[in-house]
Design a protein around this ligand. Structure first.
Ligand code: SAH
Ligand code: SF4
Length: 397
């Protein structure tokens, strides 16, 4: 999501003549797009700002733009602490970034479109901003605001532009992406419409919320092979009690029902898990471990609970760091073999591979596949899987 937001902000800079460089020394302007979902992410962003102080001192005309969720959360306090900061643009301001640049007086007038970087094989398309949930540990609703769905026509245009520039795969983005609705157009309708955009071979999306995976959704997408058979579906905890305290809006059983339904339509499932939520007991944690064993996720990203100021959970008594570390360790050990096992399960299956290099690509279920023959980048190759080694499948082609 931040990559897509950075591209969008860069487009406004490009329209004022900016050209992209990844060398700090060459740059006149640095745009730092930030995350604040966990304390660690925010800390990294702010320490980078500390490093930029020296960069700016070398040539005082250099410009620093600090944008995104950490900018939104820290606001003016940051400007006070780092007076050399030229532009502060919070996550809620992204739609007004062009005006922010104009107001700063630091950039020339909006010219003809500047040169944008090519989208690559995957084109990221934001379909909604914000979140209407209120998970008790999460800072996103306060820094991103409530849901705003983009109009279907804008999304189709954006996808068409990216496909015309070479993207074969479109990744639809939103915090609860499958809650998308624009008038009569549902998320499933949107997926089907994007898959019909000329040049689009595959459509992915992230991150969905379990409650919106309804039988109607599955019925609407199950016959469309262009909709990738991989879903990143964060569960956060395997304990119904903790899920309720997190205000996730589902129980362990409801989540498992959704998983069964998704798997029956061929979806491969990865997840996010938080360990050490303030009320998590040993028994709750065991429930998370047993859920991991039961679902056999493709990948599970595991995080230590990080208190975020202003969220309801931040007022609860924290568990000790030692408990958090022990639980994270146990969970990481439990999830370590999952990907290898999921790859092994694919041996003998038939896969459609979107080539990312002449010899390697990704299947619809998001497995890496190595081919014997060489194929054009961006082509779709149907092949059987001969064997698996770690997190790589080998094609019979
Ligand atoms: N909208 C998505 C998640 C977005 S945040 C959803 O609801 O599923 C991305 C991930 O960061 C979450 O899935 C969660 O696992 C993690 N996360 C969010 N807040 C956190 C916190 N306070 N501490 C630790 N991890 C957190
Ligand atoms: Fe945060 Fe919950 Fe919204 Fe996801 S659904 S962004 S975890 S509040």
């Amino acid at each position: 999501m931040n990559v897509a937001d950075s591209d969008e902000m860069f487009a406004h800079l490009a329209a004022r003549g900016a050209v992209l460089t990844d060398k700090l020394e060459e740059a006149d302007t640095v745009l730092v797009n930030t995350c604040t979902v966990r304390d660690h992410a925010e800390h990294r962003a702010v320490s980078f700002l500390g490093r930029l102080a020296a960069w700016k001192k070398e040539k005082p005309g250099r410009i620093i733009i600090f944008a995104g969720c950490a900018a939104q959360r820290l606001g003016q306090a940051l400007q006070k602490k780092y007076p050399f900061l030229d532009i502060l643009s919070g996550a809620k301001e992204i739609e007004h970034f062009s005006e922010t640049l104009d107001k700063s007086g630091l950039f020339g007038p909006h010219q003809t479109a500047g040169e944008l970087p090519a989208p690559g094989l995957t084109g990221y398309v934001t379909i909604m901003r914000g979140c209407n949930f209120a998970c008790s540990y999460c800072i996103v609703p306060s820094v991103r605001g409530p849901i705003k769905c983009l109009p279907v026509q804008d999304i189709l245009q954006d996808a068409a532009r990216k496909a015309a520039a070479g993207a074969k795969e479109i990744m639809l983005l939103g915090q609860t992406v499958n809650a998308y609705q624009d008038g009569a157009v549902s998320f499933a309708d949107l997926l089907n419409r994007v898959s019909e955009v000329p040049g689009v071979a595959r459509v992915r999306f992230t991150s969905p919320h379990p409650i919106y995976f309804t039988p109607q959704f599955l019925a609407a997408v199950k016959d469309n092979p262009k909709i990738a058979r991989h879903v990143h579906l964060p569960v956060q905890s395997g304990s119904t009690k903790v899920l309720q305290e997190m205000k996730r809006g589902y129980t362990r059983e409801i989540f498992l029902d959704k998983i069964r339904a998704l798997k029956s339509c061929g979806f491969n499932i990865s997840t996010d898990i938080i360990v050490g939520f303030p009320t998590e007991t040993e028994e709750d944690f065991r429930q998370t471990l047993s859920l991991v064993d039961e679902v056999k996720f493709f990948i599970a990203y595991c995080y230590k609970y990080s208190p975020r100021q202003g969220t309801p959970a931040a007022k609860m008594k924290l568990l000790g760091q030692k408990v958090l570390e022990e639980r994270l360790d146990i969970l990481l050990n439990r999830v370590r073999g999952l990907s290898d096992a999921a790859y092994q399960m694919q041996v003998g299956s038939e896969q459609e591979v979107l080539m990312e290099t002449p010899h390697k690509g990704r299947s619809s279920g998001n497995f890496w596949v190595k081919t014997k023959k060489s194929y054009p980048v961006g082509s779709l190759v149907r092949t059987q899987i001969e064997r698996a080694d770690g997190t790589l499948l080998f094609a019979r082609d």
